[in-house]
Design a protein around this ligand. Structure first.
Ligand code: BES
Ligand code: ZN
Ligand code: ZN
Length: 470
C-alpha cells in the first residue's frame, strides 16, 4: 500500500470525511444523521468529484476499534466504485493522538482490502486499493510505514493459511522460511528427521510417521538487542493438514484443516516483522512442521512415546497431535535457548472456540504478569484474548494409565482447552510461558469487518504491540 500525507485538501477524486452524529454541515437527506456506520456519498461537492461521509455516532461512545470497523465500510465502498485510491480527512476525538487515529484507519484499509480469491469470472475480480492519502500537518510517514509493514505481515499469514495443503507440506514450507531467512538475514537452523531422531523428539516424529513429507523443526533467530539478556521464543504449531490421523476427523470438521499451521505462520510473521521494523528485542521463532496424515504407517491410539524431556506420553487420540509437536518443541527450545519468555501459538482445540466463541483466543499461562500485558496489548489492537485457568483437576485428568501423561483427558469432552494446556505445562518447567489457543480466531468461515474470511492473521498485531514494551 502506498501511504501519502499532505497538508491541504485539493480537488479530490474521492474525499472521505468522518462526521459525528448531527454535527456536520454537508447537505444530505433525512435518513443520514451521522449515526455510527451510516455512509453517504455526495457527487460534485465543494470542488471534489466525490465526498464520502462516514457516520461516527456520538463522540463519547467512539473507540479506535469502531473507527477500524467503520473504515472497512470505506474500503468496500471505494472498491465498489472501482477506485484504487482515496483521500481521507481524519478527525480528532477524545485523547487519541492523530497518529493513533490515522493508524487505525490505515490498518483497517490494508486488512479489509485483502481477499483470497481464485475465482475466474471477471465480475469476481475487484481491483485492490493501491494508494491512500491522509490530510495531516504532522509528519507521520515513518510510523505509518511501520504500520504498513506490520499489516503486510498479517496478510502474509493469511496467504500462508489460505494456501492449499499440497503447496505447503513440511518441505515446501521450510523452503519458504529459508527464503525469508536469507532475504532478511535471519539466522536459521533446520532440524531434519535424522536430527530429530537423534535428539529424541519422538512426539514430532510420531505425528509425522505416516507422512509422505518428512518432519522439520525450523528455528529463526533475530537479535535486535544484544545488550539485553531478555529473549522471547515464539513457538507455532505447524500442522500443514490435520486429518485427525487414525482418529479421522468427520465431515464437517475436516474441511478447514489446512489452517492448522496458522501458529507457525504467525511465528514466522512475528520474527519477520521484528526484523523489518527494527524491534529492539531478541526473538527466536520455532516452527515444527508436519501434517497429521491417515496412513498404515501412522501412529496409533495406545502407542507410547518418549518426549525430548524424557517424559513418556500415551496416545489417547491421534487427533490431539498439536500438543505433541509443541511438547517437543517447547522442551527443546527451553533446553537449548533458555528464553526469558516462551509464547506458543496454536490452533489447538475446538473446545477453546466452544468456550470463547470464534472471535477470542484463549490464554493459559504460568505467568499472570506478562499475560496481563499481552491481553492489554491485544485490547488496543482490537483483538480479543481471554485467560482460562489451569487447575489441579485438569492436571490430574491428563495423567496416563501406563505412561507419565496422556494426550487426551479423562474428563471426556469437558475443559478440552484447559487439559491441552495442562499437557503442555509438562514441557515448560519454570520458564515464564504463555499459551495462546487460536483455534477460533485463526480462521473464520465468514468475513468480520476488516477481517477477511479464511485465514485471519490473528495475534501478530497484538504480539508485536506487546513485544514493544516487554
Ligand atoms: N486442529 C485441531 C483443533 C481445531 C479444531 C482447530 C477446530 C481449529 C478448528 C486439533 O488438532 C484437534 O483436533 N483437537 C481435538 C483434541 C481432542 C481430540 C482431544 C479437539 O479439539 O477436538
Ligand atoms: Zn487434531
Ligand atoms: Zn490440529
Amino acid at each position: 500500500m502506498n501511504i501519502n500525507l499532505k497538508k491541504k485538501v485539493e480537488k479530490e477524486n474521492l474525499l472521505v470525511k468522518f462526521v459525528f452524529e448531527n454535527k456536520f454541515k454537508e447537505k444530505t437527506d433525512d435518513y443520514f444523521k451521522g449515526e455510527l456506520n451510516q455512509i453517504f456519498l455526495i457527487y460534485n461537492h465543494e470542488g471534489h468529484k466525490r465526498v464520502l461521509l462516514l457516520g461516527l455516532g456520538k463522540e463519547d461512545e467512539l473507540t479506535l476499534e469502531k473507527i477500524r470497523r467503520l473504515s472497512s465500510l470505506m474500503t468496500k465502498t471505494t472498491k465498489s466504485l472501482k477506485l484504487t485510491s482515496l483521500t481521507i480527512q481524519p478527525i480528532k476525538f477524545k485523547d487519541f493522538s492523530e497518529f493513533e487515529i490515522i493508524q487505525a484507519v490505515t490498518e483497517s484499509i490494508i486488512l479489509a482490502n485483502y481477499s483470497y480469491n481464485k475465482k475466474t469470472d471477471k465480475k469476481d475480480k475487484i481491483k485492490d486499493i493501491t494508494s491512500i492519502t491522509f490530510i495531516t500537518k504532522e509528519n507521520l510517514k515513518k510510523d505509518l510505514e511501520t504500520t504498513n509493514k506490520i499489516c503486510k505481515n498479517v496478510l502474509l499469514i493469511r496467504d500462508l493459511v489460505n494456501e492449499s495443503s499440497y503447496n505447503k507440506n513440511s518441505l515446501q514450507l521450510t523452503t519458504k522460511i529459508k527464503q525469508i531467512a536469507s532475504s532478511h538475514k535471519l539466522k536459521i537452523k533446520i532440524l531434519d528427521e535424522k536430527q530429530l531422531k537423534r535428539l529424541g523428539m519422538n512426539l514430532i516424529l510420531a505425528v509425522n510417521a505416516g507422512s509422505s513429507s518428512p518432519a522439520r523443526l525450523v528455528i529463526l533467530e533475530y537479535n535486535g538487542n544484544t545488550k539485553s539478556k531478555k529473549k522471547i521464543a515464539i513457538v507455532g504449531k505447524g500442522i500443514t493438514f490435520d486429518t485427525g490421523g487414525i482418529n479421522l476427523k468427520p465431515t464437517g470438521y475436516i474441511e478447514t484443516m489446512k489452517s492448522d499451521m496458522a501458529g507457525a505462520a504467525t511465528a514466522l510473521a512475528i520474527i519477520k516483522t521484528a526484523k523489518e521494523t527494527n524491534l529492539k528485542q531478541n526473538i527466536i521463532a520455532v516452527m515444527p512442521l508436519t501434517d497429521n496424515p491417515i496412513d498404515a504407517k501412522a501412529f496409533k491410539p495406545g502407542d507410547i512415546f518418549q518426549a525430548y524431556n524424557k517424559k513418556t506420553v500415551e496416545i489417547g487420540n491421534t487427533d490431539a497431535e498439536g500438543r505433541l509437536i509443541l511438547a517437543d518443541s517447547l522442551a527443546y527450545t527451553i533446553d537449548k535457548y533458555k528464553p526469558s519468555l516462551i509464547i506458543d501459538l496454536a490452533t489447538l482445540t475446538g473446545s477453546c472456540a466452544v468456550a470463547l466463541g470464534n472471535y477470542a483466543a484463549g490464554l493459559l499461562t504460568n505467568n499472570d504478569k506478562q499475560s496481563k500485558n499481552l491481553i492489554e496489548a491485544a485490547n488496543s489492537t482490537g483483538e480479543i484474548i481471554w485467560q482460562l485457568p489451569i487447575y489441579d483437576e485438569m492436571r490430574e485428568a491428563i495423567k496416563g494409565s501406563f505412561a507419565d501423561i496422556c494426550n487426551t483427558s479423562s474428563e471426556k469432552g469437558y475443559g478440552g482447552a484447559l487439559t491441552a494446556a495442562a499437557f503442555l505445562e509438562n514441557f515448560v518447567d519454570k520458564t515464564p510461558w504463555i499459551h495462546l489457543d487460536i483455534a477460533g480466531p485463526g480462521y473464520l468461515e465468514k468475513e468480520h469487518h476488516y477481517i477477511s474470511k479464511g485465514g485471519t492473521g490473528f495475534a501478530l498485531r497484538s504480539i508485536i504491540n506487546f513485544l514493544k514494551n516487554y
